[in-house]
Write a protein that binds this ligand. Structure first.
Ligand code: AMP
Ligand code: MG
Length: 534
C-alpha cells in the first residue's frame, strides 16, 4: 500500500444521513422534482485533469489526515470527485427556499455533491461536500460546475471567517478540474470558457432552513418530522428526545445561533449577499459563499450582489432583519410539528439575543468594558452617522481607534483628535467643515466615555484588537489572487491563506494587505460588485 492510500485511509466514513433519512427512490441523474426525500444518490463527474491548488492544513488535521498532503495528485483525484474512496457514499440533498423574498420551490444541491460523513478520532462528525463536481437531479438550468474565480473566493473566505471567529462551513481543498466551464460573467451575452474548479467544503451538517421548507410546502409531514428528529438527535443531542417542547427549544437555539452569527458578520463587516432561506444553515454557520463582500468604506446600504442592486434586500445593514424574516419562514415550515404559537418564543429569543449581543459587541469594538444604556445608545447612533458622512474604512477605523489615547487630557483640538484616525479616510477633502467638526465632537464624547472605564492604553488596545481585525479578505485582495491564479500562479492564494490565519495580529511583513482599498479597485467588477454567475 502506498503512503497516499494510507493517508487517505485515515478518513473514517460513517454515512448516517443516507442511512437514516428517506432516499429518492429513483436513481436517474436527470433534472426533476424529487418528492418525499432528503437526498438523491449521485456520483460526481470524472473530470479530465485534476490539479491540486491548495488545502487548509487545519481542516485536514481535523479530519485526521495530518497537516501536509503527501501525494497531491491522488488527493486532487479524490477531492475533484474523479476518484472514490472506499466508504464514500455520495449524494445530493433536496431542499427548497425563498429567493429574494419569493418562494422558489425545489432548489437542492444543484452543484454540490456530498461524499459522505467522516467521524474523526475526537468523535466529531464532519460531512465532506464537493462544490462544482457535476450535475444532480437538482441542477435545474445549471451545469453543476463551478469556475476557478468563485471557488478561490469560497476557499479563502471560509477559512478567513473561521480564523476571525465567525461560525462557518470550512474548506478542505481547492482543486482545478482541467475542464472548461462556460459562464456569462456580466450577463451581457459575452459568455466565455473559464477554468473549472472544485472546493471540498466541510461542516457538521449542510442542512438548511430550506431543507425543512420543502417538506412544509409540500405537506410532506412524515419527512419533515424525520429530518427534524434526525437533526435534533444528531446535531442538538443536548436537547433530549424530540417532543413538542423539544421542537420549541430547538427552534429557540436555531434563533439564538442565527443572531450570534449575524452579530459576527456585523462586527467584521461581512455582507453575505444572497441571504435566501436555502443559504441559511440550521447550525448558524455562514454557508454558500457566492457574491459576498467585505465593507471597505462603511456603508449600511452596500451590497456586493449586482443582481440585488435595485432593491438591496441583502445589504449590510439589513442582515439582522433578513435573518429574522428567514427564521419566520422556518417557523412556518415547522408548524406541522407542534401546536400553533409554539415557535413564537424562538422569534422573541432572536430579538433579545440580537439586541443585547449587538450592543455588547459594539461596546467591545469601541473598547468599553460594558454597554452603558445611559450613554452608549447615543454614541452608537452618532457613530453610524460619522462613519458614513465621509468615506471611512471600517476595518482601519476600528483598528486605529485602539491607538486613540482616551486618557490623554492634553488631546483636545480637532487636529489632535483626528490624527490617529486619518488613515481610515478615503478622500481627504471630505474631512473638512461640518463633517470634520461632527467627527471631532463624537471623538470628544467617545474619549470621555472611554476614560471612564479606567485601565491603561495597553489594556484597552489589547482588548480591542481581539475583536477588531487588522486583516480581512478585502474584495480586491481576493480578486488579485484570482487574476494571478487564472494565469497559473497560485502563490497569492497561499499567501492570503497564511495572512488570514492571524487576522487580529500585527504582521509587520504584510502591512500592504491591511491597507484600504486602492482607487483602481473602487468600481472594478470583482473588487466592488459581483454577479451571481459563478
Ligand atoms: P445559490 O444562490 O448559489 O445558493 O444557488 C441557488 C440554487 O441554484 C441552489 O439550488 C444551487 O445548487 C443552484 N445552482 C447554482 N449554480 C448552479 C450551477 N452552476 N449548476 C447547478 N445548480 C446551480
Ligand atoms: Mg445556495
Amino acid at each position: 500500500m502506498t503512503a497516499v492510500q494510507s493517508q487517505l485511509d485515515a478518513l473514517n466514513f460513517d454515512n448516517k444521513f443516507v442511512r437514516e433519512l428517506p432516499e429518492d427512490p429513483k436513481s436517474t441523474n436527470k433534472r426533476r422534482q424529487v418528492y418525499k426525500s432528503c437526498f438523491s444518490r449521485v456520483r460526481p463527474v470524472e473530470c479530465s485533469a485534476p490539479k491540486f491548488i491548495a488545502h487548509a492544513k487545519e481542516v485536514s488535521e481535523m479530519l485526521d489526515l495530518g497537516e501536509e498532503i503527501l501525494d497531491k495528485a491522488a488527493f486532487a483525484g479524490v477531492f475533484s470527485g474523479k476518484d472514490q474512496l472506499p466508504g464514500m457514499d455520495s449524494f445530493a440533498m433536496c431542499y427548497g427556499g425563498h429567493q429574494f423574498g419569493n418562494w422558489a420551490g425545489q432548489l437542492g444541491d444543484g452543484r454540490a455533491i456530498n461524499l459522505g460523513e467522516v467521524v474523526n478520532k475526537a468523535g466529531q462528525r464532519w460531512t465532506l461536500q464537493l462544490k462544482g463536481a457535476g450535475p444532480t437531479p437538482y441542477s435545474r438550468m445549471g451545469d453543476g460546475f463551478a469556475v476557478l474565480r468563485s471557488s478561490i473566493r469560497e476557499f479563502l473566505c471560509s477559512e478567513a471567517m473561521y480564523h476571525l471567529g465567525v461560525p462557518t462551513t470550512r474548506a478542505l481543498s481547492l482543486v482545478e478540474t482541467g475542464d472548461p466551464v462556460m459562464r456569462d460573467m456580466f450577463y451581457d451575452g459575452r459568455a466565455k470558457n473559464e477554468p473549472g474548479a472544485v472546493v471540498c467544503r466541510v461542516a457538521p451538517s449542510f442542512v438548511r432552513f430550506g431543507s425543512f421548507q420543502i417538506f412544509g410546502a409540500r405537506n410532506e409531514h412524515e419527512e419533515l418530522k424525520a429530518l427534524a428528529d434526525y437533526t435534533i438527535k444528531t446535531d442538538f443531542p443536548q436537547l433530549g428526545e424530540p417532543s413538542e417542547a423539544v421542537y420549541a427549544k430547538w427552534f429557540e437555539e436555531i434563533c439564538v445561533k442565527t443572531a450570534e452569527l449575524v452579530i459576527h458578520w456585523m462586527r467584521v463587516g461581512f455582507v453575505h449577499g444572497v441571504l435566501n432561506t436555502d443559504n441559511m444553515s440550521i447550525l448558524g454557520l455562514t454557508i454558500d459563499y457566492g457574491p459576498y463582500g467585505w465593507l471597505d468604506n462603511y456603508d449600511a446600504m452596500w451590497t456586493p450582489n449586482t443582481t440585488d442592486k435595485s432593491n438591496r434586500r441583502y445589504r449590510y445593514g439589513a442582515q439582522p432583519e433578513i435573518a429574522l424574516w428567514n427564521l419566520v419562514q422556518l417557523a412556518t415550515a415547522l408548524t406541522p410539528l407542534a401546536k400553533k404559537g409554539v415557535f413564537e418564543s424562538g422569534l422573541e429569543a432572536y430579538g433579545e439575543a440580537f439586541n443585547s449581543g449587538w450592543k455588547t459587541m459594539m461596546a467591545q469594538k469601541l473598547g468599553f468594558k460594558n454597554f452603558d444604556e445611559q450613554t452608549d445608545d447615543h454614541i452608537l447612533k452618532e457613530l453610524q452617522s460619522i462613519l458614513q458622512i465621509v468615506e471611512t474604512d471600517m476595518t482601519i477605523f476600528f483598528r486605529k481607534l485602539a491607538d486613540f489615547n482616551v486618557f490623554d487630557e492634553s488631546m483636545t483640538t480637532t487636529d489632535q483628535l483626528l490624527a490617529p484616525l486619518l488613515e481610515a479616510y478615503y478622500i481627504e477633502t471630505e474631512l473638512s467643515g461640518e463633517n470634520r467638526n461632527r467627527i471631532a465632537n463624537w471623538l470628544r464624547i467617545y474619549k470621555f466615555r472611554g476614560a471612564q472605564d479606567g485601565g491603561t492604553v495597553e489594556e484597552r488596545r489589547e482588548r480591542m484588537n481581539r475583536v477588531n481585525p487588522k486583516y480581512v479578505l478585502r474584495n480586491y485582495l481576493a480578486q488579485e489572487a484570482i487574476e494571478l491564479a487564472e494565469k497559473g500562479d497560485y502563490s497569492r492564494i497561499h499567501k492570503l491563506l497564511e495572512i488570514m490565519r492571524k487576522p487580529y495580529e500585527e504582521q509587520s511583513k504584510n502591512e500592504e494587505f491591511a491597507k484600504k482599498r486602492p482607487d483602481w479597485a473602487r468600481d472594478k467588477p470583482g473588487c466592488s460588485t459581483l454577479s451571481c454567475s459563478s
